[in-house]
Write a protein that binds this ligand. Structure first.
Ligand SMILES: [Fe+2]
Length: 280
């Protein structure tokens, strides 16, 4: 993975350079000139691309999404609370909302629970206020590096058994059956095989889904998934992004996992998904 803490303009981010990923400013020629193929390539090459100081209206954010690739669009028959091109993640205090609520989100790939293709997941920060560092953060896991250094007795049972899911937040996962269903734990891309997983929520957090290892007794399944989560969160596989207004974070959803820490204070993000030709 390549790392750049400054863009070609020499605009240096005040953030500490992460172990993976690329940071640039909105003034960077690649972004200013909207070289979408280069933006997608920078995201793919280093796992995520953070563009700082972007000033998007909702409409400009949609236009960016449509120009980067083919937006993944849902209608209200297939997904809850009105997800079209962009979903607003506003840390809602409504107790029936989990995905757009305030609790932590475990590491996951987008698309696992809908079994659909998602190449890039992006977030744009409209509002961020009152959070201490580490709170209200989006976490990104370089899962390919993590898997490359994963003990065999951890990865092999996952691949062999596969994972099963049960959607709890029925107002969001409207099309899924009221039953456990299987999803392969890995997918293969031109770059190699990667995890395709949604890890379980913490016991004390509101859950949008449940996860178990197929055909494995419950205590063993819980233990294996807890070990997996612990491994994926080790240094240097994890990056925690503290939001500033105007941050645009693009993540390669095939090769990275993402999640969030619990939201404190006020945080509002726009969230979209895009597919890019040639990525699989
Ligand atoms: Fe997600």
């Amino acid at each position: 993975m390549t790392t750049h803490s400054s863009g070609p303009t020499g605009t240096r981010s005040s953030r500490r350079a992460p172990a993976f990923g690329t940071i640039c400013a909105a003034a960077d020629p690649m972004f200013r000139e909207r070289r979408y193929a280069d933006i997608a390539e920078a995201t793919r090459a280093s796992g995520f691309l953070l563009v700082e100081d972007v000033r998007f209206t909702d409409q400009q954010c949609e236009e960016f999404c449509s120009s980067l690739g083919r937006p993944v669009v849902y209608d209200d028959k297939s997904i809850g609370y009105g997800y079209e091109m962009l979903l607003t993640l506003d840390g809602s205090s409504d107790p029936t909302r989990v995905v757009s609520g305030q609790g932590p989100m475990p590491l996951h790939s987008d698309g696992v629970l809908f079994k659909n293709r998602v190449d890039v997941v992006f977030f744009y920060c409209l509002e961020s206020d009152g959070s201490a560092p580490g709170d209200s953060a989006t976490i990104v896991c370089d899962q390919r590096s993590a898997v490359a250094r994963m003990p065999r007795d951890l990865i092999e049972p996952l691949v062999e058994h596969g994972l099963e899911y049960y959607t709890v937040e029925r107002g969001f996962f409207t099309v899924q059956p009221d039953a456990w269903f299987p999803v392969p734990a890995t997918l293969t891309f031109p770059e190699g095989t990667a995890l395709n997983v949604a890890l379980p929520f913490a016991d004390d957090a509101p859950a949008a889904w449940r996860t178990r290892v197929a055909g494995m007794p419950e205590p063993e399944s819980r233990n294996l998934l807890a070990r997996l989560d612990g491994h994926l969160r080790r240094d240097p596989f994890l990056y925690a992004h503290d939001w500033r207004v105007g941050d645009l974070l693009l993540i390669d959803n095939r090769l990275m996992l993402h999640g969030r820490t619990a939201i404190r204070g006020c945080r509002r993000l726009l969230n979209g998904q895009v597919n890019v030709d040639g990525w699989r």
